[in-house]
Ligand binder design. Structure first.
Ligand code: NAP
Length: 284
């Protein structure tokens, strides 16, 4: 029976470490690191996400600089705000909440963010640095996946890792981070043949598909470590991951629950990234 990975506890550790790093930053520089959030329009889910991020900032002592724009704001006007934030030394991190309203070119907005302030790690320069193995800001959810894996004590060197899903947000960056740790990585997607067989060979499985309980328990090799990134809401209101948790738990050595696993880590890593960004900017 698998050990359940406690995402809440691990996220709390990251927040505690970040709070200590914020204190140290304040002692050295006379002010706290700042995270600018930009919310465009009135989508209730986006408003909730931004509120949570701002509350989380407050808990660890990061200064939250919030900007709200009307849904009718043009891409050029959002870019102009981003450029002002790029020039603002108080804004060490810039987070533009997605999705942006219909008709706004999200890519143009995200690409306007100074890569040194790109705490979401989604700018092409950040992604390029990850690919090149250069220092830079990494995307938050993939960082959370790696932190949970580290917590299990799994030796990634030479381990067979299978990632299901090749999005820019999760699958591709997770693959690069695993490769950086010397895992042998197979990146699977909707055109992969014999997916179950690929997964069966894995020592580490990362599922980022967005399909409820898609990965069957019998796909999981005996003793594999399973990290489930998926968050899917069923018609009856329950939240489930991309992995059949009950069946996979019978075979895995470690497994993340949904909720209470990777989902807890994303905002915690955003806070950590804000401190990383602030330090990098002042190291100059
Ligand atoms: P996405 O952009 O929709 O990507 C899904 C990936 O899954 C694609 O690469 C797709 O392949 C692949 N896929 C779809 N059907 C497949 C199939 N039948 N067999 C194999 N691969 C298949 O999703 P995402 O943004 O990466 O998110 C994935 C999941 O993680 C979602 O449930 C999302 O809610 C969750 N998520 C959670 C967090 C968190 O904080 N925990 C953060 C981000 C995302 P193709 O490329 O071939 O289409």
């Amino acid at each position: 029976m698998a050990t359940i990975i406690d995402g809440r506890a691990e996220a709390q550790k990251v927040r505690d470490e970040t709070a200590a790093a914020v204190e140290q930053f304040r002692a050295e520089h006379g002010r706290a690191p700042g995270l600018a959030t930009v919310l465009v329009g009135s989508d209730p889910a986006s408003a909730t996400y931004v509120r949570n991020k701002r509350r989380s900032c407050a808990k660890v002592g990061i200064e939250s600089l919030h900007h709200e724009l009307a849904a009718s704001t043009s891409a050029a006007e959002i870019v102009s705000l981003v450029e002002r934030l790029n020039a603002d030394p108080q804004a060490n991190g810039i987070l533009v909440q997605l999705p942006l309203p219909d008709g706004v070119d999200s890519r143009a907005v995200l690409n306007a963010i100074d890569p040194e302030k790109d705490v979401d790690g989604l700018h092409p320069v950040s992604q390029g640095r990850l690919l090149a193995g250069d220092p830079g800001l990494r995307p938050c959810t993939p960082l959370g996946v790696m932190r949970l894996l580290e917590g299990t004590g799994t030796d990634l060197l030479g381990a067979r890792a299978v990632v299901i899903g090749r999005s820019l947000l999760v699958g591709k960056p997770v693959s690069m981070l695993l490769l950086e740790k010397h895992a042998t990585v197979t990146l699977c997607h909707s055109r992969t043949r014999n997916l179950a067989d690929e997964v069966r060979r894995a020592d580490v499985v990362v599922a980022a598909v967005g399909r409820p309980e898609f990965v069957g328990g019998d796909w999981i090799g005996e003793g594999a470590v399973v990290i489930d990134v998926g968050i899917n809401r069923l018609d009856d209101g329950r939240l489930v991951g991309d992995v059949d948790f009950a069946a996979a738990s019978e075979r895995a050595s470690f497994i993340t629950p949904v909720p209470g696993g990777v989902g807890q880590m994303t905002v915690a890593m955003l806070l950590a990234n804000t401190v990383t960004a602030a330090r990098r900017q002042l190291a100059g």
